[in-house]
Design a protein around this ligand. Structure first.
Ligand code: GDP
Ligand code: MG
Length: 163
């Protein structure tokens, strides 16, 4: 049995970096139909002995500030509905922002199973951001560095019961 994980969160927290780390070269070609935007990327993830489907909400980067809330909501809800579990990613360096709070609210209402990751947690001076993430009320934050590959054993441990 496998499962589908949706990586969700506001732009620039490192969702695509994590997606790329999990998927490597096994990126599925999702939409080659004209007129279909590549808002959702799907890939086959590998983490230790786990294999699962992973979704990246990739279409948020080019959203203007004006269109951001509605687009973010739509795309995130689509990903949430397709997934068995959501990995909500926040940024240890910026701390929790009002946009993160909006995401947390969407996920509390809509998602069955939510895991919380605090990315960019490599190096010093990131403990504050990790501690702040407890305030989201989504359980224990998993510190990660998608860029440097840190925290992957803890992500594995959180996902293992789902396999
Ligand atoms: P997305 O918009 O959430 O998909 O974020 P991206 O994956 O595009 O990353 C946004 C920026 O954060 C890029 O400049 C990445 O190099 C950087 N980034 C991603 N992961 C990490 C990390 O673990 N540590 C640090 N310091 N930067 C990261
Ligand atoms: Mg991205």
């Amino acid at each position: 049995m496998s499962f589908t994980l949706a990586i969700v969160g506001r732009p620039n927290v490192g969702k695509s970096t994590l997606f790329n780390r999990l998927v490597g070269r096994r990126l599925a070609i999702v939409d080659d139909q004209p007129g279909v935007t590549r808002d959702l990327r799907e890939g086959e993830a590998k983490l230790g002995d786990l294999t699962f489907t992973v979704l990246d909400t990739a279409g948020l980067e080019d959203a203007t500030d004006d269109s951001l809330p509605a687009r973010m909501r739509r795309l995130t809800e689509r990903a949430v509905d397709m997934a068995d579990v959501c990995l909500f990613v926040v940024d240890a360096r910026t701390g929790i922002t009002p946009t993160d709070e909006i995401f947390a609210e969407i996920l509390r209402k809509r998602a069955g199973h939510v895991l919380l990751a605090v990315n960019k947690a490599e190096g010093r001076n990131t403990e504050g951001g990790v501690l702040e993430a407890w305030n989201l009320g989504l359980g224990e934050p998993i510190p990660l560095s998608a860029e440097h590959g840190e925290g992957m054993p803890d992500l594995y441990a959180a996902l293992m019961p789902l396999a």
